[in-house]
Design a protein. Structure first.
Length: 398
């Protein structure tokens, strides 16, 4: 049988990321239904959201020392199966407690599976095309925002809150079968003279280049998520966007970034990952300030600015992730991608906490000091432009 094409494998891996990201994102807009059905408080609902990232971060840290000891295909299928079952369990949950447990299991299996995808991309795609490959995989994030969440909400409204989880589990099951059928064994990282086990993992933790990569990714996520948690109420309450047009931000922005992410990947391969990242960071900073500074804008301009934020702010992750994927020995890539996911999860949690501290709500519903989040995002972007130059390609990456 003819082996599957590189692009086909990348689409399958992007589908893993789509289901993983969609599983995380779909919970947030389900808040009104769940709080009404189970009569739970906002605090209890936020626990249902945060448990995913917390468990994913801890699981990635625990799994990191072991991820490079096995065939990556086998590891991905194992954790993706756990993710499928956990997602179905969310739809079957009959109480806040059982849903909390199911959400934690989704974070455990989904987070490690997502790290496994990035490790596989690094193994099967040479550095010269790494940016393009990351761009294809990154479209999963955009499609989850543009298509997945609106469709999931439509189902929840028509068929009840469990329906998006059952649909997602079905899609993941179909993709899991295709992975089992077409993804070849990936064992090149096992053919190495690097010492095995914890000796190798401790050496990775001591590697300064790996440390710079994790710090870079942490600041990239912190700056990106600084304005995300409160962006919707800011656009409506501060900038004057009609609430009925709020879904258009995600639809237009997600569709635009799904189109541009592969293009950004190709530009990164052609002109260099660092120059492309720097250009995107500068433009993203200007767009961020345009959105975050206190003013009133016409709705059409808000929609344009929101779409531009998706394209340029999210687009930074394509060359950024490509740089990080090249930072360590291929034999350490699985462990490093799990550490990378830990850094992302914890940075996102920190940025959300900072947003709560820096912004207050006035009696008329406006958000006070939202501009502080914009300046925080710009400062973090400046640091990432500096730090990405400290992350060097491993000499073992050919």
């Amino acid at each position: 049988m003819k082996p599957p094409s590189e692009r086909f494998l990348l689409v399958l891996l992007a589908a893993v990321q789509f289901t993983h990201i969609m599983d995380f994102m779909i919970m947030m807009p389900l808040g009104p239904q769940l709080m009404r059905v189970w009569d739970i408080s906002p605090a209890a609902f936020t626990r249902l959201i945060s448990i995913y990232s917390i468990v994913a971060g801890v699981a990635g840290l625990v799994a990191a020392p072991f991820m490079d000891r096995f065939d990556r295909r086998r590891s991905l299928l194992l954790f993706y199966t756990g993710f499928i079952l956990s997602t179905a369990a969310c739809g079957l949950a009959n109480s806040p407690t059982t849903l909390l447990i199911a959400r934690g299991l989704c974070g455990l299996f989904g987070g490690v599976a997502g790290a496994g995808v990035l490790a596989i991309v690094g193994d099967i795609i040479p550095p010269v095309r790494r940016g393009s490959a990351i761009g294809i995989v990154m479209t999963a994030y955009s499609l989850a925002a543009a298509v997945g969440v609106p469709f999931g909400l439509f189902l929840a409204d028509r068929l009840g809150w469990p329906s998006p989880f059952f649909l997602l589990a079905t899609l993941a099951l179909a993709n899991g079968f295709l992975l089992w059928r077409f993804l070849p064994p990936i064992r090149t990282h096992l053919d190495t003279t690097v010492p095995p086990g914890f000796t190798r993992f401790i050496a990775l933790l001591r590697d300064p280049n790996a440390g710079w990569g994790l710090l870079f990714m942490s600041l990239l996520v912190l700056g990106h998520f600084a304005i995300i948690p409160l962006l919707a109420p800011h656009l409506v309450g501060n900038l004057g966007l009609p609430e009925s047009q709020l879904p258009l931000i995600y639809l237009l922005g997600g569709a635009a970034s799904a189109f541009t992410a592969p293009l950004i990947g190709r530009l990164s391969d052609r002109f260099g990952r660092i120059p492309v990242f720097t250009s995107l960071a500068v433009i993203a900073s200007l767009v961020t300030l345009g959105i975050a500074l206190p003013t009133t804008l016409p709705p059409w301009l808000i929609l344009v600015a929101g779409a531009a934020y998706f394209v340029f702010a999210s687009g930074r992750f394509v060359p950024g992730q490509a740089v990080v994927s090249l930072a360590v020995h291929p034999a350490d890539r699985g462990a490093y991608m799990n550490l990378n996911n830990c850094a992302r999860d914890f940075a996102a949690a920190i940025s959300s906490t900072l947003a709560g501290w820096l912004v207050t709500r006035s009696p008329d519903g406006r958000l006070e000091h939202f501009d502080r989040l914009g300046w925080l995002a710009v400062f973090a972007a400046f640091l990432t432009v500096v730090l990405i130059r400290r992350v060097h390609q491993s000499p073992f990456e050919k």
